[in-house]
Design a binder for this molecule. Structure first.
Ligand SMILES: Cc1cc2nc3c(=O)[nH]c(=O)nc-3n(C[C@H](O)[C@H](O)[C@H](O)COP(=O)(O)OP(=O)(O)OC[C@H]3O[C@@H](n4cnc5c(N)ncnc54)[C@H](O)[C@@H]3O)c2cc1C
Length: 456
């Protein structure tokens, strides 16, 4: 029997395709990377179906690329060597929300919007950390790429919120990891050898996650936006240090945009929240005082009359912070996420403006401050999808931004293939070998999303 027929036998006619229409759609993502070939698209519904597909792929040595929402923009879900795209969207059950132990056990196709609306309806006092990505992206895809959400500045990045996983290994075994491997409750990841790390940050090269337990957090009923701005880029690091030092914020991001003119400042957007109105009032007073009193604080202006439309979009969960408007009139948006130490933000800021101008773009920035220890520094670029030169310029701008990130001692987040190569070439060779060994152990036939995290 040919591969298509065997796949159809596993998942059924409706959830397998080798037609050119589906091959076309899955051969690209919405970023600026060039398209690549896909042979089969499969949408499993059960863990057993995933296992059967993997067993077949492993036997026949066919590449498998797991896909959640497919929105990293770095073509991480576009196969490098053809084969099967395993689209997980049909596995979309919210299996359990445990209110008292504050976790949700979900399948990999659960979208951010689905979990958010489920919690709003059934557990309104709890929330999960929601990225500012399109609502269709998956909670699992985001956690697996070490993404971050609207409460990450307070509680940490989203992969740190993972309590445990169920994973189908490339050789077909089904492993549970965390407290779920020992008992019925998925409330903690330790104290055990920290196995989630074998699947987080690997871009689907070590296994297929079929369940994930995610921590939930209190959802305070009162929230308010505070906006401060300065024109002194060199004050950014100190401003971040001071604002996070007092430990009173829920979300914290920096934004700037060259157009319109009134946006052309360094804005510090701080979301404060509380269970009581007085708590929020106190936090507001504290921040206003702080921004007056710290050395350099005098150069920050508090925005008394933030436009109601902006106020609303920043208060939304997730906040609509990305102001990267469609400057090029063609719907394309790209950003490379640099995870930077806080003291390098001013240098990256200046360099980002230089790169944007070099490629004829208007500079726009959103940076999320992660727990006061690092910044997700977004070099944002908008481009015209219909213009090949514009797309090529965007790729060059991304490459230069990635190089800048490494030169500044930062890390490239969710990097496309070229960015991964840059990281691997700079990495301690014995660490590269360790990555190769771990991958070889878990995936002896090299079927899982090949090309990623491999030195060319
Ligand atoms: C406008 C915009 C704003 C964004 N803002 C944010 C933001 O604020 N914070 C943030 O973190 N991100 C942001 N992103 C980036 C990205 O969209 C999100 O991180 C998103 O949550 C990724 O999830 P996904 O479902 O699209 O993952 P995918 O792209 O589908 O997958 C990501 C990686 O995980 C692997 N994978 C997926 N599912 C599985 C599985 N079940 N098992 C094993 N491997 C798997 C894939 O192979 C791939 O390598 C933004 C993107 C856009 C376009």
């Amino acid at each position: 029997m040919d591969i298509s027929s065997q796949l159809r036998e596993i998942v059924g006619e409706e959830r397998m395709s080798d037609r050119p229409e589906e091959q076309f759609i899955y051969s690209r993502d919405s970023g600026a990377q060039p398209p690549r070939h896909v042979d089969y698209v499969v949408m499993p519904r059960t863990v057993e179906e995933v296992r059967q597909v993997v067993l077949l792929a492993n036997r026949e040595k066919i590449p498998v690329t797991p896909l959640g929402g497919g929105f990293t923009l770095s073509a991480l879900v576009v196969p490098n060597r053809g084969g099967i795209v395993l689209d997980m969207k049909r596995m979309d059950r919210i299996i359990e929300v445990n209110e008292i132990n504050r976790y949700a056990l979900i399948e990999p196709g659960v979208s951010q919007a689905a979990l958010q609306s489920y919690l709003k309806k059934h557990h309104p006092r709890l929330q999960h950390s929601t990225p500012e990505a399109p609502p269709t992206v998956t909670v699992v895809g985001n956690a697996l790429i070490q993404g971050h959400g609207h409460i990450s500045p307070r509680y940490g990045i989203n992969s740190d919120m993972v309590n445990g996983l169920e994973v189908v290994l490339p050789t077909g075994e089904i492993c549970t990891i965390g407290s779920g491997s020992i008992g019925p409750s998925w409330f903690t990841r330790g104290p055990l050898p920290d196995l989630p790390g074998l699947f987080i940050g690997w871009f689907g090269t070590t296994g297929i996650v079929t369940k994930l337990s995610m921590k939930l957090f209190p959802k305070p009923p009162f929230r308010e936006v505070l906006a401060f701005y300065t024109d002194d880029v060199d004050l950014i690091s100190e401003g971040i240090f001071e604002a996070t030092q007092v430990d009173l914020l829920e979300d914290f991001f920096l934004i700037s945009q060259e157009k319109p003119d009134w946006m052309n400042h360094v804005f510090f957007i701080i979301i404060i929240s509380g269970h009581f109105e007085e708590e929020v009032a106190f936090k507001k007073k504290a921040f206003k005082r702080l921004f007056k009193e710290f050395k350099g604080g005098g150069k920050f202006v508090f925005v008394e009359d933030l436009h109601p439309a902006l106020n609303k979009r920043f208060l939304d969960v997730p906040p609509l912070a990305a102001l990267a408007a469609d400057f090029r009139k063609g719907g394309g948006f790209e950003y490379t996420g640099a995870i930077l130490p806080i003291d390098k933000v001013p240098a990256a800021w200046k360099k980002g403006i230089e790169i944007s101008h070099k490629y004829g773009m208007i500079c726009s920035y959103v940076h999320q401050v992660l727990l006061g220890h690092s910044v997700m520094f977004g070099f944002n670029y908008s481009f015209n999808r219909a213009d090949e030169t514009d797309i090529e310029n965007t790729r060059k701008a991304l490459e230069e931004s990635n190089q800048t990130t490494l030169d500044l001692g930062g890390m490239i987040w969710k990097g496309e293939l070229g960015a991964q190569q840059m990281m691997l070439k700079k990495m301690n060779p014995q660490t590269v070998q360790l990555i190769r060994n771990v991958k070889g152990f878990l995936d002896p036939n090299g079927i899982m999303n090949p090309g990623n995290w491999e030195l060319a």
